[in-house]
Design a protein around this ligand. Sequence first.
Ligand code: PEP
Ligand code: MG
Length: 763
Amino acid sequence: MKPVGKLDLNQMEASSSPRRLLRRLHTVMAGPGSAQARLDKVASVIATDMVAEVCSVYLVRAGQMLELFATQGLKKEAVHMTKLAMGEGLVGHIAETGLPLNLPEAAEHPKYVYRPETGEEIYHSLLGVPIVHSGNVAGVLVVQNRTRRTYTEEEVEVLQTVAMVLAEIIASGELVDPREIVHATTAPDQPAHFEGLALVDGVAAGRAVFHEPRIEITMLVADDVEEEKHRLEAGLETLRESIDQLMSASDIGGGEHRDVLDAYKMFAYDRGWQKRIFDAVESGLTAEAAIERVQQNIRARMLSTEDPYLRERLHDFEDLAYRLIRILLASGEDGGRSALDQPSVVVARNMGPAEILDYRSENLKAVILEEGSPTSHVTIIARAMGIPMIGRMQGLLAEVDEGDKIIVDADAGGVFIRPDDEVAESYLENIALREARAAEYLAQRDLPSVSKDGVHVHLHINAGLMIDLPSLDATGAEGIGLFRTEFQFLVSDTLPSLKAQKQIYSEVLDAAGDRPVVFRTLDIGGDKHVPFLPREHEENPALGWRAIRVALDRPALLRYQIRALLQAAEGRRLSIMFPLVADVSEFVRASELVKREERRLERLGEGLPAEIRVGTMLEVPALAWQLDSLLPEIDFLSIGTNDLLQYFFASDRSHPKLVERYDFLSPAVLSFIRSVVKACNRAEVPVTLCGEMGSRPLEALALVGLGLRQLSISPSAIGPVRVMIRALDIGDLESRLLPLLNSPEHSLRENLKAYAHEHAIPI
Ligand code: PEP
Ligand code: MG
């Protein structure tokens, strides 16, 4: 606290006894009388203590209105009469921004509006702060003076602390239904609809479960300040120990993970932060309330910055503050996440890839996020788990309450919160229909995927996690056409050991039994960050240092993985393929590493796989112009349309504005794929396709029409694609499709749809 100057009497009054002021407020709030009477008393206590002529309390009502609830100094008739919309006037501005305003001449501020019923024209200076409850602005607390003056920093602090304590009386629900505050954007219990970016398709319903349950701090004012200081000291000690443990347990190099931990550690040891919390305890708050109070300031400051790096840090800092609060409340380090006991939709700002796995159960129906992107790790894992997911919904958390009924329609990118009965019913019907269809696919699981004219199209699944393996039996797929080995690396904090890698690969082979498995070597870098590789800023990550490029520059990493694969496949068949090969020489260098590892095993007298096949993905268009020299070198080719087509069209695969711009069913794409398939057939090199394109029945129909006889697709697509193939006459389709490949159309989609319709082919 700054030394008190002789002339600064106001400040002396205000800052000399914040603890006493809190005590008095606490006594008033816990005392007898109606909530309104106590709030009136609170306003008068604050005005006296801060030597202000006016103290007013505005509370948020449903529909984003701020209502004057109590005042000392303004005209009493204005109470419950003066109302301001969010953003309207100075009070609305404070509520909207969540930031304090400190003005020597209120009327000079551009947001000032004059309300004659209040009689406020005689007051010049104004200090207003938001009243925050459970992370939402619940109201605004204002003091005013006749003189033109700037309030001191200490006074701002005191008023913010008082505002926090006021939240206690609001939380009691006696003045305003607390749901009105949480649902500041709609009336309480009203249905709400959010549009977002569909990250994993599907439709699901369930009750809302918050990923990070909001922490309610109920004890705000300390009974014994010394005792609170001890609690805080002990909590900080535990926090620092837990962070140190995290650092030492993670034997990691540089990278994102290390950055996050470094920041945690830095903050946990940050003296300024600790001092601010201790000061807040000194002013009379409990340790938990003091942390929250300091965090509110940091949040406000960081939210007012445009710098994305600082905003990201805010999240780290918030985690740390809540970790400390949880320690103090002794409710467990991870927020006491409990098993889902009913069909649930998990609601979060964002999530990590391992966190979604924590929820794995029958009851996890969908995930909805305020952030999230199509290529983030959590999306990759959710897709593998078949969990519908929608992201990029700003303001979602404020709109949902734990336990709310939620319907997620990821196919349309929409979320219905507390839907009315009609909406709910129609969706529940839709979900039941899907389930019935799933049961039908299940019944056809053992039927061969052979077309009406007797052509066998082999259907394999794309996989990457242990939880994918039961899909082999559940879908009746013939094998795993793409096993993305990087998932094990992405969800792990450290480089998986040789033993751990070998174990996973042999479990995969065990689960597959006689069915073939194609392991793709590490596809990391670009948007797939691993903690053990330095993360450098790249202008164009999709075109950057990734996949085989990383593997060839860090051959030890690739050799290690190949060694684990060879050992795991001892006595069995092993298929390895490399991602993102752009040049034949890259394939040759990578396959030489396989040979080297083979020779090493031979030298050591260890067992080898019964057969080793080495192939490549076709994800870079340039490779398609090297097929003459490539095909003699490889055992198989797998077309990865996810990457291939983004490079083909020079169009970011996750850019929301570009998602519908180019159609994969364009004559250009289809004739390109056709030429690759023909070249492979001529050279008698097996060709398959493992991009998401093959997972959609209409696209799969086109691909089969182009000559592909093996597709590797999402497990959930096996049933629909099998049903489509069994209804198809491939010879007839070819005669319709192939002549169209030179057409100038933007897309052949409508034409193919019409074909499917005419021939009663379910797509
Ligand atoms: C692809 O690019 O088509 C592919 C299958 O690889 P991923 O989606 O893992 O990049
Ligand atoms: Mg790819």
